[in-house]
Design a protein around this ligand. Sequence first.
Ligand code: GAL
Length: 369
Amino acid sequence: MLRKRLSAIMAALLLLSSAGCVQQKDDEVKTVGLAMPSKALERWNRDGEYLKQVFESEGYNVELKYSDNNIDQQINDLQVLIADDVDVLIVAAVDGATLFRTLEDAKIKNIPVIAYDRLILNTDTVDCYISFDNFKVGELQAQFILDSLSPDTSDRPLNIELVSGDTADNNARFFYNGFMSVMEPYLESGRFVIPSNKITFEQTATPQWSTVKAYENMQNTLASYYAGGTPLDAVHCASDCLTVGVTQAIASDYTGKTPVVTGQDGDIAALRDIVEGQQSMTIYKNVRDEANVTVEVAKAILEEEDIDEELIEEFEVPCAFDTDSYDNGVKKVPSYLLTPNVITLENLDLLTEIGPYEWDEDHRYLVEK
Ligand code: GAL
């Protein structure tokens, strides 16, 4: 409230001081530069379009770029946005470690930068990070597997395989670490075993979060370690784009009981697989909330307000302000972290309330609204 009153007073002062002058750039419609990683993965389409909508509804111009999951393309996109003199840059990085040089140009032009969903590394040219609690995502996935399979009372050690995300995406390591923080004691005690022996983040990573690669890797794992009838009890997939490949490989190359398989994002294909029983859960991260928080933060930055805990009052969604967890190698980036939801067959309907979904005519599958 106080913040709002202060900005109203500041706006009034600004108006008085500029009376009679040529109109300042501050009074013009501001332009937001949005750089999203790829159109190929469902979630980034949703994020890009929704961010565009909310910013436009707040009276901003929007320049939206998708970079085809290609680092050079994203660098090029950012150069264009910077050359176009956007007022703020919102970037979901293809590779968080490759943008620091390009962002120097944003710094020279005083363009603030918000790292959206994925952290940007090795630069002080990032004002703020907006995401979900990525460590928590991994913890929730691991806890789901434990709750589903009760390893402590099982009459044999349980077999699990890990399918992690892209090493170029800072989030992927957080998902893995969160997962391991819960699962490690069970791997150490032998209640869970990884027959393929692929256990480190690097060994389990999937370049570019590729569904095809996840499918091929799973096929190889099944052929090499499960062909003789070894049961596969669980697969930790970090995200739905991987899960969809993994469940296809399981459907075609594995004849045992369907394993517990995790996911993240609420992709339409994954939600269908949950109904069909091929996928066990997904983590839904409310893209609307993430976009709404981003708009509030961008407004605050453009109005030169402080980026701090107090801003959360404007969000109306559960959110933590974290100044410690996201060290990008140069600075600890102040972060607003939203809370993810666990979605299973039992609470699929919740997505019609909190996400852009509705039931199809037969009330069997969720479809995009
Ligand atoms: C992550 C993101 C996840 C998932 C993944 C693949 O950075 O946080 O929600 O979408 O990328 O795109």
